[in-house]
Design a protein around this ligand. Structure first.
Ligand SMILES: Nc1ncnc2c1ncn2[C@@H]1O[C@H](COP(=O)(O)OP(=O)(O)OP(=O)(O)O)[C@@H](O)[C@H]1O
Ligand SMILES: [Mg+2]
Length: 478
């Protein structure tokens, strides 16, 4: 497993590596330019000396007098007894002059090079420049040289210091780099620590935002926004499960009480039959509630998928009307419909759409008193299919209108009078939106309400395209 380094350590390591590279380059550059500058200065001196020696040699040897030359050079050499390094060779390889300072060990015989070079006399470095001169049909070689020991010692000292101070500078710079990176990243540690303190129990806590205007401020703001979204989602889930268990407890308690009462005293078969009928009704309501809760849970998790096929919406609506009609009749509410009289094809999940129509028509009948009227209309215009459900019922107050599509929301007056859990409209809206449509409502308390479902895109009837089944993943309802 690779070791996990902190960002501070990684930054420092990168910084130290770059710094080491830069120091190496700088050190090498300084060392070689210093050496080059020493060599150029020395070479310049050598060239000057060579010019002077050549003049003397030319002057003396032209006359053919080697002894005079020696005497002249010796005299000159006495002025610089230690530093005058000079040798003259003839073309037979015979040394015809050697300055006093070279007597202990001379320069090697001349090679065929004309530029200055470093050589060694024993263990001592010398910079040698050699040149040849033709006089009286004879070739002479002149070698002038300079002791380099001191220069190279100075260079070595410089290199030694470089090797000591460069690592020290690197160490210091790395420590400084680490300190700076820790300082710059300290707010990240604060954020991490604060984030670790936040759990499901204190989701309302927020990270303190540094007003630095940099990435860290943006990061904390983004984390806080994420926390707010998580808190809202958790609140929704908690409310949903609380409401769901509350709604389920009521029918279960009622059923339990009925069964306990029935068991307590001996009863006639007719009485038992009556109890069973009541239990059956309550079981139907409880299983409808469970069915609704499961649909919402599946929709939330994205597991609920629409089975889209071309569907005759007029026929689907007729079936729902036939289903609700006895209920409306029982309640004394008249049910009317205005249908086009021919099939209207749209691409939809037919059972789901029927569920949506049932929710709206059931509400309309439920919240309309006896002798009221419910009218259902289907119209197609501009490629949009509109189903409206209008009633002359109790209506909805303006302050309740924005909430009636929320889960478990019921207008209080209705809650006391009518059965239901307040899930119908939230499921209905999800179904409409999952089909790419919407549900609108207009209502006046005491006068009635109109719910309108608008669905997009008409489809061709089966056999005219659009016939393949498709599954569409739908967004979850709120
Ligand atoms: N046609 C309507 N007229 C008056 N109020 C309505 C109408 N439709 C809905 N409402 C109000 O909106 C609330 C939410 O409706 P929704 O269908 O979601 O729940 P419900 O009918 O109370 O219960 P459920 O549908 O789960 O059995 C209702 O409780 C009612 O107060
Ligand atoms: Mg309802």
């Amino acid at each position: 497993m690779r070791p996990q380094l902190s960002i501070g350590m990684k930054l420092t390591a990168w910084y130290a590596a770059c710094m080491a590279g830069a120091l190496c380059m700088l050190g090498a550059l300084a060392f070689f330019s210093m050496r080059h500058s020493i060599h150029s200065t020395v070479d310049e001196q050598l060239h000057d000396r060579m010019t002077a020696v050549r003049q003397s040699v030319e002057k003396s040897l032209r006359k053919g007098d080697i002894d005079v030359l020696r005497a002249e050079l010796d005299e000159d050499s006495e002025l610089r007894p230690q530093t005058d390094l000079l040798q003259i060779w003839d073309d037979q390889g015979k040394l015809i002059y050697q300055s006093a300072s070279l007597k202990a060990g001379g320069l090697p015989p001349p090679a065929n090079v004309s530029r200055a070079d470093t050589m060694w006399i024993g263990r001592t470095p010398v910079r040698v420049l050699q040149s040849s001169i033709m006089l009286n049909q004879r070739l002479y070689y002149i070698q002038v040289a300079v002791w380099m020991e001191e220069f190279y010692e100075a260079l070595d000292r410089f290199l030694g210091r470089l090797l000591i101070f460069a690592p020290l500078a690197l160490l210091l710079a790395s420590a400084l780099g680490y300190w700076i990176s820790r300082k710059a990243l300290a707010p990240v540690d604060d954020i991490t620590l604060a984030a670790q303190q936040i759990s499901a129990h204190n989701l309302s806590a927020r990270l303190s935002v540094p007003r630095s205007g940099d990435e860290l401020q943006r990061l904390t703001e983004t984390l806080n926004q994420m926390l707010r979204r998580i808190e809202e989602a958790l609140e929704r889930i908690t409310r949903f499960s609380g409401d769901a268990s509350h709604e389920l407890r009521t029918p279960i308690t009622v059923m339990r009480t009925r069964v306990e009462l029935a068991l307590r005293h001996p009863r006639t078969p007719a009485e038992n039959h009556g109890t069973l009928e009541q239990l059956h009704t309550e079981l139907i309501q409880a299983s409808q509630l469970l069915d609704n809760l499961m649909l919402l849970a599946r929709a939330d998790s994205g597991a609920e998928q629409l089975r889209i096929t071309p569907a005759d919406i007029e026929d689907a609506l007729k079936e729902v009307l036939a289903q609700v009609s006895p209920l409306a009749g029982e309640k004394g509410v008249s049910l009317h419909s205005v249908l086009p009289g021919h099939p209207v094809w749209i691409v939809a999940d037919r059972p789901m759409l029927q569920r949506l129509f049932l929710i709206l028509i059931d509400n309309a009948v439920k919240y309309t008193p006896a002798s009221g009227r419910v009218s259902v209309a289907l119209a197609v215009a501009n490629g949009l299919t509109t189903v409206s459900v209008k009633d002359t019922g109790i209506g909805i107050a303006d302050e309740d209108l924005p909430h009636i599509f929320d889960r478990f929301y019921r207008v209080d007056k209705a809650r006391s009078r009518q059965p239901g859990a307040g899930l119908g409209l939230s499921i209905g809206r999800w179904i409409a939106e999952a089909h790419g449509g919407s549900v609108r409502v207009e209502s006046r308390p005491g006068e009635g309400s109109t719910f309108e479902v608008v669905l997009p895109a008409k489809a061709s009837p089966p056999g005219h395209g659009d016939t393949e089944k498709a599954a569409v993943e739908a967004e979850s309802p709120n």
